[in-house]
Design a binder for this molecule. Structure first.
Ligand code: DAT
Ligand code: MG
Length: 201
């Protein structure tokens, strides 16, 4: 039991939620494998979520055009997450093709990239306990027609081709995406004065 706790402490400290410092390489290869699989488990079960877990949230061009940036930020602040990075940019096709690499074979891929490069987007990194899974719930179903009222997509959109916001779908995915959109120096480690009111850790 003690060993197990120690093991997950190491995972939390050295890997999860610290995209700017992928420290797995410090461990011998055999241990790296174990750590990777622990991280993989956490992405599906969130059994060991870290208070410093981070995720990438982006307000897509339709969200910016419709002046929804403030309301979307407000939801994450209100929930208790901490903003640690933010930038506004017009994304290049190259960046989008890396970001959406898994979708390259989908029929909608080209229209997705056209839409995502059509205007400015606001990309953010949010931090906090279980932030990846919680923010997916807050954002709602990919298809707004199926998204619950109360979610961002359920409240602000009607069609899958204009669904307002992006949220990473796993801890590993978040780490990959954060590294794609942000340089380590642009992510701020800062102390929220009210942190003991949002989590005991
Ligand atoms: P999500 O954004 O919920 O993670 P995804 O990764 O499967 O969903 O797809 C990325 C985006 O691609 C999604 O936000 C909107 C677009 N998309 C997905 N399925 C689509 C479809 N059937 N038609 C048009 N666009 C689609
Ligand atoms: Mg996705």
């Amino acid at each position: 039991m003690l060993q197990r706790r120690l093991f997950h402490k190491i995972v939390q400290q050295f890997y999860l939620g610290h995209p700017e410092t992928s420290r797995l390489s410090r461990f011998p290869p055999s241990l790296q494998l174990g750590l990777r699989s622990a991280c993989h488990r956490s992405k599906t079960t969130s059994a060991f979520p870290d208070v410093r877990e981070r995720t990438l949230i982006a307000v897509k061009p339709d969200g910016v055009q419709r002046r929804l940036v403030g309301q979307i930020i407000q939801r994450f602040e209100q929930r208790g997450f901490k903003l640690v990075g933010l930038r506004m940019l017009q994304a290049s096709e190259d960046l989008l093709s890396e970001h959406y690499g898994e979708l390259r074979t989908k029929s909608f891929y080209h229209s997705l990239v056209r839409y995502m490069t059509s205007g400015p987007i606001v990309v953010m990194v949010w931090e906090g306990h279980n932030v990846v899974q919680t923010s997916r719930s807050m954002v709602g179903h990919t298809n707004p027609a199926e998204a619950m009222a109360g979610t961002v997509r359920g409240d602000f959109s009607i069609h899958v081709s204009r669904n307002v916001v992006h949220a990473s779908d796993s801890v590993e995915g978040a780490q990959r995406e954060i590294q794609l959109w942000f340089q380590a120096k642009d992510l701020l480690d800062w102390d929220c004065n009210d942190k003991s009111s949002t989590s005991e850790k």
